[in-house]
Design a binder for this molecule. Structure first.
Ligand SMILES: [Zn+2]
Length: 157
């Protein structure tokens, strides 16, 4: 978790102390509160105030991320984006990766029915302006236009 405010740390400590001493079952032995898959950790669903340090629900990593985004806790700062972009520069790890059909099916099943990764995120006015600028003057082929038109007819907005 990229947030390391003191009250967050204290809340996490309260939980890890209890799981280590056996007073609280390990989250990985429980099912995700939201989707029923194996949980990966506990979510402080009422926040990190001291009186809520023990108010947790087991959740899987994916649902935990969605919760944090929905609560507006995890917002990528410009500083984070910049640093991450620098870290990923020249990264060829996933280039040309071929996944087996079985692996693809697993990934697909995991993602199905979950809110998309953009849920709750908003592009800044600046970002929207940049997208708009870069799209100006684009010329689509007749084939491309027909494809867009067909797709739009299928799902009304
Ligand atoms: Zn889940």
């Amino acid at each position: 978790m990229p947030t390391h405010r003191p009250e967050v740390k204290a809340a996490h400590w309260a939980i890890s102390n209890r799981t280590r001493s056996g007073r609280l079952p390990k989250a990985t032995t429980l099912k995700c509160f939201d989707c029923g898959e194996r949980a990966d950790g506990y979510d402080h669903y009422l926040g990190y105030a001291p009186e809520h340090h023990l108010d947790v629900q087991p959740v899987c990593a994916s649902c935990h991320r969605q919760r944090t985004i929905r609560r507006g806790e995890w917002v990528a700062t410009d500083k984070f984006r910049e640093a991450h972009s620098r870290r990923m520069l020249g990264n060829k790890i996933a280039v040309g990766v071929r996944r087996t059909e079985e692996h693809k099916k697993i990934i697909g099943d995991l993602r199905r029915g979950k809110p998309g990764p953009m849920l709750g995120k908003k592009f800044s006015a600046e970002h929207r302006r940049k997208i708009s600028e870069s799209n100006k003057g684009r010329i689509f082929s007749a084939e491309h236009r027909a494809a867009i038109s067909a797709a739009k007819r299928k799902k009304p907005t």
